[in-house]
Design a protein around this ligand. Structure first.
Ligand SMILES: C[S@@+](CC[C@H](N)C(=O)[O-])C[C@H]1O[C@@H](n2cnc3c(N)ncnc32)[C@H](O)[C@@H]1O
Length: 286
């Protein structure tokens, strides 16, 4: 099926619509993404041109067409234990500290937010890391002391995450065979996260463009491989608001190609075995 043709004016309209709705900045060099990803959607709602499609989009605010546009424009690429750095930071520093705080009764819950959870591999990798930490260290903590919330904008990604079911292609990306054995149940060439892992993670639809204060405060926030899609101003705003959600002493982990340079605000940069993360200083240690 050939793509619909996109005029300059309609490209600008659609680009502005997308950025306003979900923050994703579609630069001129990514114009083809609108053409390729939205053509089928436009034809599916009987639009013969992108102009007609844009008009339909802005004149039917209550339809779920806008959600479909956002879903089509987001990139849900993810995998198990993506990049080595965050998992070293978790295993070597953050999990020992968190479980120590729980076993000394300084905290009774550790709250973790995975702010662009996509299809669930990242929050479930965090849950598996916690279970492995408890198993290997003999820490005196129960898994239910850790609560993970995975949020994302994309309903189709959240659907997969909530189901906890993965096909062969997805399961084979980044997951060690012994972890698959230990934490998944195989079913006719699909794998379900087991109930222990699943119970540790809850999913919720959240747009980072909108207020997220209602989520409460967190000991640890992962927000990886999503800030790259946003303009500098928007990124600064989201980082500031995430900072407000992190408890003093809590940690913030961004993607390998993302940095908070020029927008560190309340954070201090920390290093564990050559891997960087950001920390909100404890009171009295600003
Ligand atoms: C490339 S994936 C990254 C997934 C995971 N964090 C990782 O690093 O593997 C980016 C995710 O960000 C989500 N996303 C994009 N814009 C968003 C927004 N405004 N609010 C919340 N999530 C958003 C997309 O739906 C997508 O699932």
């Amino acid at each position: 099926m050939t793509d619909l043709e996109l005029t300059d004016a309609t490209f600008k309209n659609l680009r502005d619509f997308i950025e306003k709705k979900c923050g994703i900045a579609v630069g001129d060099s990514k114009r083809y993404l609108i053409e390729t990803r939205l053509s089928t959607l436009a034809k599916g709602v009987d639009c013969a041109t992108f102009d007609e499609f844009h008009t339909k989009l802005v004149t039917s605010p209550n339809s779920n067409l806008a959600d479909q546009v956002v879903d089509a424009m987001t990139t849900n690429e993810t995998l198990w234990f993506r990049d080595q750095g965050p998992w070293s930071i978790l295993n070597e520093k953050l999990l020992p500290e968190c479980s120590g705080a729980v076993s000394r009764s300084e905290k009774n819950k550790i709250r973790i937010w995975c702010a662009a959870a996509s299809t669930g591999q990242e929050p479930y990798s965090i849950a598996i890391s916690i279970l492995e930490h408890i198993r290997n260290s003999g820490a005196d903590v129960k898994p239910d002391a850790f609560r993970i919330i995975g949020t994302d904008l994309s309903p189709s990604a959240l659907y997969v995450g909530t189901s906890g079911r993965y096909d062969r292609l997805a399961i084979e990306r980044g997951l060690a065979p012994e972890l698959r054995e230990r934490y998944f149940v195989e079913n006719d060439d699909t794998w379900d996260v087991n109930s222990q892992v699943k119970e540790m993670v809850q999913f919720e639809q959240r747009n980072l463009m909108e207020p997220f204060d209602a989520l409460g405060r967190f000991d640890l926030v992962f927000c990886r491989n999503v800030l790259i899609y946003f303009s500098a101003d928007l990124k600064r705003d989201i980082v500031t608001r995430i900072g407000e959600r992190i408890v003093p002493g809590g940690a913030f982990i961004v993607g390998a190609s993302e940095s908070l340079q020029g927008m560190m605000g309340i954070f201090k940069m920390k290093q564990v075995s050559g891997n960087f993360f950001y920390q909100r200083p404890t009171e009295g240690n600003q």
